[in-house]
Design a binder for this molecule. Structure first.
Ligand SMILES: N[C@@H](Cc1ccc(O)cc1)C(=O)O
Length: 667
């Protein structure tokens, strides 16, 4: 523990030296306390100019007792902010900053009546955020909130109880929301859904689960602590600690008599692995997730928007068992670093809590981040949903000749600068890397102790647990208290070799849009029916609302990619993709040649292989056939769609073309 004593007459000197060495540096022209250091601090907005504040502080200092000593335990920027706040007697809210509150009290006690007090502070309690402030904090940056009135009603009475369940790896993205919940005074439970991991194709190896629970507990608390979030209302629960009880089990059986097989399957469609001969466990999964809300005694469940159907299932079925309907908070699906469209399942493209800095750097280096392109931009999305959420600001690090470092307090400003090419992808990536390093540093430090090293080694033994082993373990639930068997060496399973990139693996056909309307649940999406010469039209969802007016969609001839794995977008299945020439500001639907009819096949000379039955989505090991060819799909000078420079065509009828976009990417 480091202690630092400050005589009051030295305070301002100390503050300025801290200020100068803080990440803000000396170039900041205005003093907004949010900008100091790592933490989100309430701004002292009336004192904008550094000089104003200096004068104000100096005048105040004279009124303070000269011989008083302050003891600041491990003083950090937050303490400095607090100190300034006290000096300036502004209304500061300490909700979410227990340390600050403690220091306030300590300092207050030392100075007694010499200090100007905040009337709310005098009651000795943390200054609470208002109901609206809390509600805004809880719901900011979310994709969807269901049951908002209930949440507001509870907020007016007491703290809201929220849980977040996770079956395996913890990604960074939800962390900043967990931080918001805690800052808003919520009681937050993190559920390690071990039973669920097992029910969904044994996503986490059973014998390691206890270690992993501990490991995550350490990582998550380490990170939240480092961003200055109070942890007193955070707790961790393991699914099997209560899901095997008599009452819970009986409720699970009761649910199975109420819910149809079809509805159970539908509820799990976006979460539980689907296949033709899926195990029964997948049908049980959503029911148990619904019961968790009751058994964890929460008001709200938080999760990604991919959990939506399970949430709706819970809202429908818990009341049938006589339990309360809960509210639901849904995070958007943040694009992965590779920038895949609407995909949430690309593990390799995400940064998880366990990645060492070297792995992060590698992922960032590969990340999709095109100059001026803000769509599907992984590093930008990460900045928005993690870095701004955690730190309330983001600093772009840049050489002087490129404009020097710049601090952004507002994501929009950063996004605009990126779009207008004022921020270069290389600088963005480096800055994101540096910010992640800072975020992870306390966790890495924590894991330097022998005890933690052992925990890490147990949770993540060096030999990878292979799928073969997972399969074997599938039905083997180890009773509580039984130690895991020593690890046996496994032969790693041969990875299927990646097939070479080849456009003929994509099945592209001419289609005609026979019907088009706005997607009922998403402003940016159209919902179309496209005739492509098959028995019935395909249902297709396209993110074109911003680019193509509805009237231009109707009866339009298009080229569609037909062998993508059908995927739900905001609850509706999309069975193909409309191919477009695309820039950040302009997207044009590619036009088939005159005389082409629905069902005509689009080909590229020299690439004559068979299309894949289904293009497998990208996975940890493999990039999808579409992602493989994507970089080589472009329009040329003559507006023709090309692959590796060879024109796409409908044989005998002519080339596929864009209307005006030359030499741009096709997506
Ligand atoms: N279904 C969640 C995990 C989960 C499991 C059980 C719960 O009660 C909550 C969440 C996921 O896919 O991430």
């Amino acid at each position: 523990m480091e202690y630092l004593s400050l005589k009051s007459e030295k305070c301002s000197e100390f503050i300025w030296s801290q200020y100068r060495t803080s990440s803000v540096g000396t170039q900041a022209k205005t003093l907004d306390l949010i900008a100091i250091g790592e933490q989100q601090i309430i701004p002292l907005s009336s004192l904008k100019l550094l000089d104003d504040l200096r004068v104000y502080l100096l005048s105040l200092e004279r009124t303070l007792a000269t011989r008083t000593y302050l003891v600041l335990e491990r003083p950090g920027p937050a303490d400095i902010c607090l100190f300034l706040a006290i000096y300036c007697s502004k209304n500061v809210s300490f909700a979410g900053f227990p340390n600050l509150l403690r220091w306030y009290k300590t300092i207050f006690a030392k100075f007694g009546s010499n200090l100007p007090t905040d009337p709310r502070m005098a009651q000795g309690a943390a200054i609470e955020l208002s109901v609206d402030e809390k509600y805004n904090l809880i719901t900011r940056n979310l994709e969807e909130v269901v049951g908002e009135n209930e949440i507001k009603a509870i907020l007016a009475e007491r703290s809201v109880k929220i849980y977040w369940g996770k079956p395996h790896i913890a990604y960074f993205v939800p962390m900043s929301k967990i931080a918001d919940f805690l800052r808003a005074g919520c009681e937050v439970q993190i559920l390690f859904a071990d039973l669920h991991a097992c029910l969904d194709n044994m996503k986490a190896p059973w014998e390691l689960i206890n270690y992993r629970v501990e490991y995550y507990r350490e990582c998550i608390t380490g990170m939240l602590e480092s961003i200055g979030v109070p942890l007193d209302k955070l707790s961790f629960v393991k699914g099997t600690d209560y899901q095997l009880s008599k009452e819970y089990t009986l409720d699970a059986y009761k649910l199975s008599t109420i819910v149809t097989e079809k509805d159970a399957k539908k509820a799990g469609a976006e979460v539980v692995k689907q296949s033709d001969s899926a195990p029964l466990s997948g049908l049980i999964y959503p029911g148990l997730q619904a019961l968790d809300e009751e058994y964890l005694k929460v008001d709200v469940q938080f999760g990604g928007v991919d959990q939506r159907k399970i949430f709706m299932y819970a809202r429908e079925n818990l009341p049938k068992l006589g339990y309360a309907k809960r509210s639901h908070l849904m995070n958007p699906m943040v694009p992965g670093l590779t920038g895949t469209k609407m995909s949430s399942s690309e593990a390799d493209s995400k940064i998880d809590l366990l990645d060492p800095p070297s792995a992060i750097k590698k992922k960032l280096k590969k990340a999709f981040c095109e100059e001026g392109n803000i769509e599907n931009n992984g590093p930008l999305a990460f900045t928005k949903h993690v870095l701004f959420g955690c730190h309330g600001q983001f600093e772009v690090l840049r050489k002087e000749e490129w404009g020097g470092n710049k601090i952004y307090k507002d994501f929009q400003e950063l996004e605009d600068d990126f779009k207008n090419k004022n921020v270069h992808p290389g600088d963005l990536k480096n800055s994101v890397g540096a910010a992640i390093d800072r975020l992870l540093a306390p966790i890495i430090k924590k894991f330097e102790s022998e005890e933690m090293k052992t925990l890490a080694a147990n949770a993540y033994p060096v030999e990878k647990v292979t799928k073969v082993k997972k399969e074997k373990k599938k039905h083997n639930i180890r009773p509580e208290g039984v130690e895991p068997k020593p690890k046996q060496k496994q032969q790693p399973k041969e990875a299927e070799p990646q097939k070479p990139a080849d456009i003929s693996r994509l099945l592209m056909k001419v289609g005609k849009i026979t019907k088009c309307e706005k997607h009922p649940d998403a402003d940016a999406l159209y919902l179309e029916e496209i005739d492509c010469g098959e028995d019935k039209p395909r249902q297709v969802i396209s993110g074109l609302v911003k680019f193509v007016p509805l009237e231009e969609m109707q009866d339009r001839m298009v080229v569609i990619l037909c062998n993508l794995k059908p995927a739900k977008m905001r609850g509706i299945l999309s069975e193909a993709m409309v191919m477009c020439a695309s820039t950040p500001d302009k997207v044009e639907i590619l036009c088939p040649p005159e005389g082409a009819v629905p069902g005509d096949i689009v080909t590229v000379a020299g690439f004559e292989g068979e299309p894949d039955a289904i293009i497998k989505p990208s996975s940890k090991k493999q990039v999808s056939a579409f992602e493989q060819v994507a970089p080589d799909l472009k329009t040329n000078d003559a507006l023709e769609a090309t692959y590796k420079g060879v024109t796409w065509e409908v044989k005998g009828k002519g080339a596929i073309k864009a209307q005006s976009l030359q030499n741009v990417q096709i997506k």
